[in-house]
Design a protein around this ligand. Structure first.
Ligand SMILES: [Zn+2]
Ligand SMILES: [Zn+2]
Ligand SMILES: [Zn+2]
Length: 195
């Protein structure tokens, strides 16, 4: 944890509880946490900085996971220097379009589109070279695109009955049917008593 310094605000006491609303710090009287009506509101000097109680005094600490070299941390707000596209490094304030959120950061729209185009080109290439026939896609364990072999999540497809699916990789459309095998379950109910 990178400590920046003590918060110079005489209103703050160590028994307060702190919550965060964006970069703004809300302080509540002990036992009276009201998210909409904080007792004291304090803005940090920069948006990635937040308040933490250390040794009984409120301090500003740097919450940027990259500054902290925290690989497992959750990215709440990064500092300006680190709040950049994970792929090309363009700073957030230079984005022209809304970026795509990613685990611990974002990817700018042009990078996402480039990545999508590369995935699609590879899938179309696979589809062109695919020499399997329809039997290779008959009663399989997994759902795969019969054009490009891209894999699909089965979890919400168990009632598929010829439904049309557009492949998220190659863009071709195929029909999907779930084949259910019949099995039998037997439970004891009544045992015949007698001599
Ligand atoms: Zn940083
Ligand atoms: Zn980018
Ligand atoms: Zn496909």
């Amino acid at each position: 944890m990178i400590i920046i310094g003590k918060i110079n605000d005489p209103r703050l006491t160590p028994d307060m509880e702190r919550s965060r609303s964006g970069s703004v710090q809300h302080f509540h009287k002990k036992g009276h946490v009201d998210w909409h009506n904080p007792f004291i509101v304090v803005s940090p000097p920069e948006r990635h900085i937040y308040a933490e109680l250390i040794d009984g005094e409120w301090h500003w600490v740097n919450g940027c996971i990259d500054c902290n070299d925290d690989k497992k941390g959750f990215s709440y707000i990064k500092c300006v220097k680190h709040d950049v596209c994970l792929t090309c490094g363009i700073p957030r304030d230079q984005l022209k379009e809304t970026p795509w959120g990613a685990v611990n950061g974002f990817n700018c729209k042009p990078c996402v589109e480039k990545e999508d185009a590369a995935i699609r080109a590879a899938a179309l290439q696979r589809a062109e070279e695919n020499e399997k026939d329809s039997l290779d896609y008959y009663r399989n364990d997994k759902i795969t695109c019969p054009y490009c072999d891209a894999e699909f999540d089965e979890s919400e497809r168990y009632d598929a009955d010829g439904e049309q699916i557009e492949c998220h990789e190659c863009g071709n459309t195929f029909a999907l049917t779930a084949n259910h095998e019949v099995t039998w379950t037997m439970t004891k109910i009544k045992e015949k008593t007698g001599e």
